[in-house]
Design a protein around this ligand. Structure first.
Ligand code: SF4
Ligand code: SF4
Length: 449
């Protein structure tokens, strides 16, 4: 048996419609097999809360081996996993094609799916938090917007929210916009479509729930960049959530419903020659990798997966095609830039960094490590402190910009805007750095200050 595989990881489709998928005993047996291999390896100890939880259980047991850990405690390991995929795609030498065929995240997903079917104490809170599209629609009703936005920063309301909903009272929460992106996005001018060798010449924007309901300005900046580069665009109409928050809960039936809502129109756009970009890496990843593995026989899902790109992956390829403007007018200052996990595992390299470094006078302090936010996981009462603990090394590195006398950067940026806000909270300063999405940094660089 080879010690580790040097070949690129491959991934098997998730057989979630089979009868055995929800067989609890079979799932616990698979966890046992995997946990024993991890015990002998321990490479992932610093990645998240799952591995330290597992190794503590083993080390505190009578024999110091997995056999003295009660299988009922395996679920503690499951609870700490937020499905970032980093262990699978960046660390583990035993993933397929290695014969040990180890897939830690998808085994956690299977366990979460079993847990979700059985029902958990926090199911109501988790379901509510993961209804991002419905929450956005409700919160965009003007009087509701004001009330919700007031509640996100009001101490009394946050304490009540913690008791009743289990949302940690100190976790940063986004505000809701008065006008959603889909109602305010600028319509594209009639422009000639110029395909490049590497890139399609027209863009469909899957705007994501977060950009639509919380920070539409990032979407407007994306449109501005496309406009400057004479790339025609449209916004995917009546889009639903990508399904990532439901996937993280193991609610696979809801993932399928959302897939059925989104995929037909997105597949049509892909067939019509659009590249589809999404400004939030988790949503991009969902369409690029997770849905194709959950629905391997759905050809439209595969077509959308192939047409989907991270915006900076697209811009970088457009630069290689010599079809992207690099005459900038403003400098971004000292930027501490965080590469989020869901971007790392797309295996596209650091395209955001490469593009931002083309801006004259840019000074980037790049940090590639988990911030601990992990979607809705980091705002939950029982996980928020762990989320801050996991993020601590990132907070430290982000606040040590080599070009800044004090170390404090002018800008905190992450492709995942939620992670950027979490990092700002973790650094703990109300003043100093501004949180700015890389798309806004790029759009600002074209503007004259
Ligand atoms: S997928 Fe991410 S959170 Fe889950 S065990 Fe792996 S590294 Fe930890
Ligand atoms: S997931 Fe792989 S690399 Fe990580 S501890 Fe387990 S066996 Fe080792």
């Amino acid at each position: 048996m080879k010690e580790g595989s040097l070949e690129a990881p491959t991934r098997h489709p998730i057989d979630w419609k089979s009868e055995t998928f929800y067989d609890e005993k079979a799932c616990v047996d698979e966890m046992e097999r995997i946990f024993d291999i991890c015990h002998g390896c321990r490479r992932c100890v610093s990645l998240c809360g799952s591995f330290p939880t597992l190794f503590d259980l083993i080390d505190e047991g009578e024999s110091g081996e997995l056999d003295s850990v009660d299988a009922a405690d395996y679920w503690k390991v499951v609870d700490q996993c937020y499905l970032c995929d980093v262990c699978y795609l960046t660390k583990c030498p035993y993933v397929p094609p290695h014969p040990w065929n180890l897939d830690f995240p998808h085994t956690m997903l299977r366990a979460k799916a079993i847990q979700f079917k059985k029902g958990t104490k926090t199911k109501t809170r988790d379901t509510l938090l993961s209804n991002t599209s419905a929450n956005g629609k409700l919160a965009s009703i003007p009087v509701v917007t004001e009330a919700v936005n007031f509640a996100t920063t009001n101490k009394v309301a946050r304490s009540v929210g913690e008791k009743m909903l289990g949302v940690h009272k100190s976790a940063w929460l986004p505000k809701f916009a008065k006008k959603p992106f889909e109602k305010s996005a600028e319509i594209s001018e009639e422009l000639q479509v110029v395909d490049g060798k590497l890139t399609r010449g027209k863009v469909a924007i899957y705007s994501t729930c977060y950009i639509n309901w919380n920070e539409p300005g990032i979407g407007h900046d994306l449109i501005e960049i496309l406009k400057i580069n004479k790339i025609p665009h449209i916004v995917v109409e009546k889009q639903g959530c990508c399904g990532m928050p439901k996937l993280e809960l193991g609610d696979l039936d809801s993932v399928e419903k959302l897939k059925n809502e989104n995929i037909p129109k997105m597949a049509q756009l892909a067939k019509d020659g659009y590249v589809i970009v999404s400004p939030i890496p988790s949503c991009t990843l969902m369409f690029k990798q997770e849905l194709p593995l959950l629905f391997p026989d759905d050809s439209d899902v595969q077509i959308v997966g192939k047409a989907m790109m991270d915006p900076f992956e697209y811009f970088r390829a457009r630069m290689r095609d010599d079809l992207f403007k690099t005459d900038f007018n403003s400098e971004p200052g000292n930027v501490s830039y965080h590469v989020s996990c869901h971007l790392r595992v797309q295996n596209v390299g650091q395209k955001t960094r490469e593009v931002l470094e083309k801006i004259p006078g840019s000074s980037l302090n790049t940090v590639e490590r988990c911030s601990g936010h992990a979607g809705t996981w980091g705002v939950k009462k029982e996980f928020h402190e762990t989320a801050l603990k996991i993020g601590r090394p990132v907070f430290r590195q982000m606040n040590k910009h080599p070009n800044s006398e004090t170390g404090v950067p002018d800008v905190i940026a992450s492709d995942c805007q939620l992670a950027a806000h979490h990092i700002k909270q973790g650094i703990g300063s109300e003043e100093g750095s501004n949180v700015k999405h890389p798309l806004s940094i790029l759009a600002d660089a074209y503007r004259t200050k």
